[in-house]
Ligand binder design. Sequence first.
Ligand code: SF4
Length: 206
Amino acid sequence: MGEFKKIAVSPPVQKGGSQFTPEQLMKIGTLAGADAKIEMTPFKQLYVQVPIDQHDAIKDEFERSGLEVNPAGFVTKALIACNFCKGEEAAGLETAKLLNQAIAGIETPTPMKVGYAGCALGTSEPLLKDIGVVKMKDTFDIYVGGEPKGLKVAKAKLLCSGVTQDRLAHVVTTIIDFYKENAKSKEKFSKFVDRMTLEQLQEIVA
Ligand code: SF4
């Protein structure tokens, strides 16, 4: 039996949310094969085991059908975005797509989740993510350190307000880079935020 590799497959950031087309689901089932393990993760990616020797061809084929393919494991997950129910422009769909391109698949000390909400109703639960972005009229608020697991659930703290669209991806990747450079081994991001303090992080992104 050959070796397998796990990949993270998701629909693109789009109006309507995490919707697969029937063709995409058929492609996943057909290309992964009858014995493949396919897991639905809590962060809206499907983990699909594919044969290592077919990895590149399968990845290309998935991407041609409009799916996104990222590494599994200790990386930033694809952006966990809302459904953009208030409209593509009002909810910032293009900005969310650019943010997703900037952050998905970056190697990190522990798996990281970045949430995006197109308005303050926050139906994608951005304050329960490591980094949460909330669109407020024409600018964005960024929250850090949300912890949804265990008995010590914590909501993310406001890091900065009024971030403009053109600075958003830079600010979020700066936070991720700082975490990568300064985390102690496999230190969780929420603990890292507490250790570093909000004030220091605010200086880093200022
Ligand atoms: S966060 Fe706002 S724009 Fe996005 S789906 Fe929820 S209510 Fe709609």
